[in-house]
Design a protein around this ligand. Structure first.
Ligand code: PMP
Length: 386
């Protein structure tokens, strides 16, 4: 195991004078805190002894039923028994990897990939083989070639890890046209797909693409989370898995944590019951869209020598620095100039990616985003003069 580059950054990036375009913290000020606090008080008053008690390893049944309403928005039809509640989708990644991976097995993942997933894969000694993505997401032809090469050399590929919507860190979305192709290729090579989808409902134009899981019941493990559409502090996510996998997931989760927090799960059930959560998601979409616009506008104004993805949802844009710059060695100078980002190297298992940075637009206000990009352009420009 290794310290994540992002965790190491947090201490400096969180200083108030630094504009942090680094972390992926959702902006929670818009949540109806008073209503949530009343809901929670009522929960403890009326169901306190079960909310504060141990619960089921698979997760609270009422919440598993409510989760079906959430995933139906992405075209998924399943049964509450197919759902396993986890402590955030991060724990789901850990459980899935623990079940499937023996040391030396291959996980195929996008280049770049979510840093937290790479950390999990590494901790179980999987070998990550990256497959390129472009502005339409994972490239099916490249996936096919990679899987064919791996098959030829006799490597065991167990999992394909993908973030199809509003990718972390690349900001791109797997096109509707590519979705069945990716599933068909994975199926042909006997590879299970992990569909990690915490951002799927945060599309800025209000459109939600059908989940991979909605196109394939038994070849996909779908990972969902309330972290980006409600509150990460409650630490509630879930997996939708075929029956045989689901049983193993519950056993693995019980051995790790006994059960997910009943209090958190019941708080989320009450929130989903009593608050207009769809309106809340709409509000988040509008908020993040404004921030995305601020980020893209500022990049065009201040960093024309760079290039970047324009995300249709989520939290991140992926910026290619002007030629010759190294995101990692530039970072201390950026922090001195009071702006933080995550170097692209965090998102590759092989340490490449130093020509990119991930910029997050979720947490700072639009004005702070513009100021952060202006500061970053100062750093980039002085770096180019070196
Ligand atoms: N997957 C992706 C792609 C993420 O961006 C994150 C959070 N940054 C997670 C999983 C983990 O989220 P959580 O554990 O809060 O559900």
């Amino acid at each position: 195991m290794r310290a994540s580059e992002i965790r190491a950054l947090f201490a400096v990036a969180n200083r108030p004078e630094v504009v942090s375009l680094a972390g992926g913290m959702p902006f929670l000020d818009g949540l109806p805190l008073e209503t949530i606090s009343e809901t929670m008080a009522r929960l403890i008053a009326t169901k306190g002894t079960s909310a504060l008690q141990y619960g089921s390893g698979q997760g609270h049944e009422e919440l598993r039923e409510r989760i079906l309403d959430v995933v139906r928005l992405e075209g998924i039809e399943c049964h509450p028994d197919d759902v396993v509640v986890t402590t955030g989708s991060q724990q789901a990644l850990d459980l899935v990897t623990r079940i499937f991976i023996d040391p030396g097995d291959v996980v195929v993942a996008e280049a770049p990939s979510y840093v937290g997933a790479l950390g999990v894969f590494r901790s179980y000694q999987a070998e990550v083989v990256h497959v390129p993505l472009d502005e339409h997401g994972l490239v099916p032809e490249a996936l096919e070639t990679t899987l064919a090469d791996l098959a030829r050399t006799g490597r065991r590929v167990k999992l394909l890890y993908t973030v199809p919507n509003f990718h972390n860190p690349a900001g791109v979305t797997l096109s509707a046209e590519r979705r069945p192709r990716v599933l068909e290729i994975a199926r042909r090579y006997g590879v299970l797909v992990i569909e990690d989808n915490p951002y799927g409902l945060l599309g800025f134009d209000g459109q939600t693409l059908p989940a991979l899981r909605s196109l394939d019941d038994d070849g996909v493990l779908y990972l969902g989370s309330f972290s980006k559409t409600f509150a990460p502090g409650l630490r509630v996510g879930w997996v939708i898995a075929p029956h045989a996998v689901r049983e193993k997931l519950v056993l693995a989760s019980e051995s790790a944590i006994l059960c997910p927090s009943n209090a958190s799960q019941m708080a989320i059930s009450s929130y989903l019951d009593t608050c207009d959560w769809k309106a809340q998601i709409k509000q988040f979409r509008e908020l993040y869209r404004e921030r995305r616009d601020a980020m893209i506008g500022a990049l065009a104004e201040h960093l024309p020598a760079a290039s970047w993805t324009v995300p249709d949802g989520g939290f991140y844009t992926w910026v290619r620095l002007p030629p010759g710059l190294d995101a990692r060695s530039m970072l201390p100078r950026a922090v001195t100039a009071r702006v933080a980002y995550v170097p692209g190297t965090a998102f590759y298992a092989d340490g490449t990616g130093s020509d990119h940075v991930r910029l997050s637009f979720c947490y700072p206000t639009p004005d702070r985003i513009r100021e952060g990009v202006r500061r970053l352009s100062g750093v980039v420009n002085s770096e180019r003069e070196l």
